[in-house]
Design a binder for this molecule. Structure first.
Ligand code: SAH
Length: 214
């Protein structure tokens, strides 16, 4: 929970202004304190609407983008969700309040380690964090009701499309990393896939393989 009432009000105001109106999403974002997920050096910027650097040259996304993606995902309480790109763990922590179970995969072992520690400290018990190349999804837990990808790829990876349930939704930024990317929403129906453009975004690229660090 964000302690300072003024900061909390400003934070929630910026989310509403960006079009986040879903009460459950706003409530979850109020309950998960972003300060827990940013480096202490940036504590003062924790509630600013800006991405911030985390370990391994990666970034924690900007809160309004997290809100827009979470809202577009339309998570239901019984859902099993896959997140590709754990990063700081912030997005996963928000999803953990909305879904039954969250699987989050990350290619940097240090980020997996850090996020796991934070989830433990915050007593979040329905997130499983896994070191793997999320481009292949997570076959052993598939299919998923919802999939959220927080790194950009040229096209939605076919493994992810196939691991989505019929009736499921996937949110993913697509496009080259140095160009404008588009956030898209993919709904899987019994007739195929429906694609919807949401808005331009900028994410770090989805990179193949995994990295082990000390
Ligand atoms: N959702 C995060 C922000 C993600 S930044 C948060 O809430 O903080 C994108 C993350 O995707 C980075 O940590 C990066 O290492 C990871 N990533 C990139 N390619 C990946 C891949 N193929 N598999 C898993 N994770 C990947």
């Amino acid at each position: 929970m964000i302690d300072d009432p003024t900061l909390k009000m400003q934070f929630l105001f910026s989310l509403r202004k960006a079009g986040i109106v879903d009460k459950q999403v706003l409530n979850a974002m109020e309950r998960v304190d972003r300060k827990n997920f940013v480096n202490r050096v940036f504590s003062e910027k924790a509630y600013d609407d800006t991405p911030l650097p985390i370990a391994c040259g990666q970034t924690i996304s900007q809160p309004t983008i997290v809100g827009i993606m979470t809202q577009a995902l339309q998570v239901k309480p019984r859902d099993k969700v896959l997140e590709v790109g754990t990063g700081s763990g912030y997005q996963a922590a928000i999803l953990s309040l909305l879904a039954r179970r969250v699987y989050t995969v990350e290619r940097h072992s240090l980020l997996v380690h850090n996020a796991t520690q934070i989830f433990k400290r915050l007593d979040i018990s329905n997130i499983t964090t896994i070191l793997s190349d999320g481009g292949y999804g997570l076959e052993q837990q598939a299919p998923f009701d919802r999939i959220i990808v927080t790194a950009a790829s040229d096209d939605p990876p076919s493994s992810l499309l196939s691991q989505l349930k019929v009736g499921g939704i996937m949110i993913i930024p697509v496009g080259q990393s140095d160009n404008i990317q588009n956030l898209i929403k993919i709904a899987k129906t019994d007739k195929g896939y429906e694609y919807q453009d949401l808005q331009p975004v900028r994410f770090v690229p989805l990179v193949a393989g995994t990295e082990k660090e000390q």
